[in-house]
Design a protein around this ligand. Structure first.
Ligand SMILES: [Zn+2]
Length: 402
């Protein structure tokens, strides 16, 4: 029998239209894992047969948050390296001392799968406690077939063992592992060879590449995208973070779900993203921690109508961030998004950036993923910082115990 639940006495921010979609004294009826009815309590149809009733005490209820860009599974930490940098050490001296992304690769390879799971689960819990119900997790710190598979298995297991939706992304083309030094094209051949094997193990929902002067070239990116296309897997791209490589236009030409970072995005890149309905994922955490000066072209993206998402980019080197509402706050203060844009950026547009159309708003037929906040208005999600007003989280109509 389908379980019918009534969630009442809440101020709803449905985000279902172009504004906040506020409904005072609202109610939601869920059937199974989905929303069956949403509206003002006064218009509630007879609910006899609702198996459970939840009085939300007048609290604010929003769609569950979607973190659409993280590197959550890794070994070790890089606080010592961050301290060295803050003490004035150069990038070269940090690299000589064994720091940088390859230090995370070493620590990830050295960790057991159980250790990787426990560490990632603790980080996921912190994100979940602040309203996250869907989480994208990339590989990219293993850089061998087996180590990439381990990280993707850990990500999958998180989605199975926690009340959380997880989408996995294969980012084998994240960095050049030491054993391939000077042989980037050979490494890309290996990545293209691993992809079908990982896909056969049902570990891959999408494919990503770090296209940058310190990453991989557009030509190498194209090879990985071709391998993804053969398997009909969607692609996305770390694009235009430190320089304009034309990566966004390339990714858009493959129908990419999203292009992420985008500080150096060109007008041609924006036009290509618009044409191909590719979302822009903005990552203010990395921008902040790297003390970047160049802003993504927000006004031009807005003008073009490109959907803008906001994510944590959680990673141990450039964005050890564990709060999606904080990123929404920073998207407003640093990138000048409006509060409504930023909140749409961590809900409906973040879902779109993952190719998911069944979540991110409160509407009939959507998944019953929502968060309950000790707030009066959703604009407070981008107002407070260093404070967690999240009180309850519901995933597929099941309440997560906190
Ligand atoms: Zn990233």
């Amino acid at each position: 029998m389908t379980i019918r639940r009534l969630w009442r006495n809440a101020r709803l921010a449905t985000l279902a239209g172009t504004d906040w979609g506020l409904i005072e004294q609202g109610a939601i009826v869920t059937e199974g894992e989905h929303i069956a009815w949403v509206g003002p309590e006064s218009a509630l149809p007879a609910t006899r047969g609702a198996t459970e009733e939840h009085d939300l005490g007048g609290a604010l209820l929003t769609p569950g948050l979607v973190d659409c860009h993280t590197h959550l599974v890794y070994g070790g930490r890089r606080a010592d390296e961050a301290e060295m940098r803050l003490n004035g050490a150069s990038y070269e001296s940090i690299a000589r001392a064994g720091g940088g992304i390859l230090s995370t690769v070493r620590a990830t390879r050295a960790a057991s799968e159980a250790e990787l799971f426990d560490q990632a689960a603790a980080r996921a819990q912190t994100l979940m406690d602040q309203g996250v119900t869907t989480l994208e997790i990339k590989s990219g710190y293993g850089l061998t077939l087996e180590d990439e598979a381990r990280c993707l298995r850990v990500a999958r297991r998180l989605g199975q063992e926690r009340l959380l939706s997880v989408r996995t992304t294969f980012l084998g083309a994240h960095a050049l592992p030491p054993e391939y030094q000077g042989r980037a094209d050979d490494y890309i051949s290996a990545v293209c060879d691993w992809l079908p094997q990982l896909h056969a193990q049902e570990l891959v929902d999408a494919v990503d590449v770090f296209c940058e002067t310190i990453g991989f070239t557009p030509a190498q990116t194209r090879r990985v995208f071709e391998a993804a296309r053969t398997l009909q897997l969607p692609v996305k791209l770390h694009a235009e973070q430190l320089s304009d490589q034309g990566g966004a236009a390339l990714a858009a030409s493959y129908g990419a779900l999203s292009c992420d970072h985008l500080e150096h995005l060109s007008p041609a890149g924006i036009a290509a993203m618009k044409t191909n309905a590719t979302a822009a994922v903005l990552l203010p955490g990395a921008f902040y921690m790297l003390r970047e000066a160049r802003l993504p072209p927000i006004a031009a993206l807005r003008e073009a109508g490109v959907p803008m998402a906001v994510a944590t980019d959680h990673n141990p080197g450039t964005s050890p961030a564990l709060s999606l509402p904080l990123m929404a706050h920073m998207a407003c203060t640093l990138f000048r998004l409006t509060p409504l844009e930023a909140v749409r950026g961590i809900t409906v547009h973040a879902a779109k950036a993952l190719g998911l159309h069944d979540r991110g708003t409160l509407a009939v037929g959507q998944r019953a993923d929502f968060a309950v906040w000790a707030l009066e208005h959703p604009n407070e999600l981008t107002y407070w910082f260093g404070h967690n007003p999240c009180r309850r989280v519901v995933v597929a109509a099941q309440e997560r115990s906190t």
